[in-house]
Design a protein around this ligand. Structure first.
Ligand SMILES: Cc1cc2nc3c(=O)[nH]c(=O)nc-3n(C[C@H](O)[C@H](O)[C@H](O)COP(=O)(O)OP(=O)(O)OC[C@H]3O[C@@H](n4cnc5c(N)ncnc54)[C@H](O)[C@@H]3O)c2cc1C
Length: 264
């Protein structure tokens, strides 16, 4: 029987197909104590709680199909060399980017995922979100519901341009209801930690937001290919999928992994 090693949630679609068609023995390694990766954070913002059902469904599918799941287990080159599976599917996800701009090294500057996960807590009530993509806007809505004053700075001429229509409909209603300030075509310039002032540029003029207690940065993510780089010369067949291959919506990752499963 062939062996295959996978990581994380979205690889599970492969597993299903692989088991049915070729009867691989499949093992999933997850370094944290929770399956589902970022999808668990996608379920945190308002009106997205149903997202949790996908993870529950996939967990059940793995049980039915006899997939072995090793939680709290970081997959390493050492393990690959010892076990030498036929294929290693790498779905190690992505990491949020930070902007190298003045003032963003302060303690009250957070990444969106730190706030959505509850790993970090906001210090006050006047929050600026840098980045108005879907993650920034969803995080702004999540925070605004906690009665914070929230302003979004976005360089493009619209917010949540990558978001789905139906989700945006509910999100924009929340932004309206909680009077979230939306500043498009606005470029963050710097944060003065002493005065708590954020400066941004709009149409060549500088504007300020005063008494800022916290900043949340949501400017996209970069693929985590560390393990892929370490494994690619071992002679074992290695395939990349999900955000680890290129950062995109989870729904696209599931589709990609589904077809990858067929191709193995
Ligand atoms: C706030 C937010 C909202 C979102 N909303 C949507 C949405 O509405 N619709 C949509 O389609 N998508 C959405 N997404 C995107 C979606 O969540 C991601 O595209 C998807 O979760 C990426 O899946 P992945 O499995 O590739 O990576 P991840 O979810 O990042 O999973 C990677 C996993 O690999 C594990 N790992 C890493 N290294 C190792 C190792 N060496 N050994 C073992 N395990 C390891 C990590 O612990 C993690 O669990 C959202 C994302 C966020 C953050």
């Amino acid at each position: 029987m062939s062996q295959i090693h996978c990581f994380a949630l979205l690889a599970e679609m492969n597993i299903r197909i692989i088991r049915i068609m070729k009867i691989f023995k499949v093992t999933v390694y997850e370094k944290s104590g929770t399956l589902g990766g970022q999808w668990n954070l996608a379920a945190v913002p308002p009106s997205k709680q149903d997202f949790t059902t996908l993870v529950a469904w996939q967990r059940r599918q793995m049980e039915h199909l006899g997939v072995e799941v090793k939680m709290n287990t970081e997959y390493t080159v050492q393990m690959a060399k010892e076990e030498r599976p036929d294929v290693i599917v790498i779905a190690t996800g992505s990491r949020e980017k930070m902007l190298p701009l003045p003032g963003l090294d302060a303690e009250n500057v957070f990444k969106a995922q730190d706030i959505l996960s509850g790993r970090k807590t906001l210090t006050g009530k006047n929050v600026v979100v840098i980045g108005g993509g879907s993650v920034g806007v969803e995080t702004a809505a999540h925070v605004a519901q906690d009665f914070k004053k929230v302003s979004i700075l976005e360089v493009r001429d619209g917010i949540s341009l990558d978001g789905e229509y139906s989700n945006n409909y509910f999100l924009f209603k929340i932004l309206d209801e909680f009077k979230v300030g939306v500043h498009t075509k606005s470029f963050f310039q710097n944060y003065d930690k002493e005065t708590g002032t954020v400066t941004y540029k709009y149409k060549e003029k500088e504007y300020e937001i005063d008494d800022v207690s916290d900043i949340i940065v949501a400017v996209g993510s970069a693929s985590n290919q560390d393990l892929y780089e370490e494994l690619k010369d071992t002679g074992i067949k290695i395939v990349l999928t999900g955000d680890a291959k290129d950062v995109k919506q989870g729904i696209r990752n599931i589709e990609e992994s589904y077809y990858l499963g067929w191709s193995l």
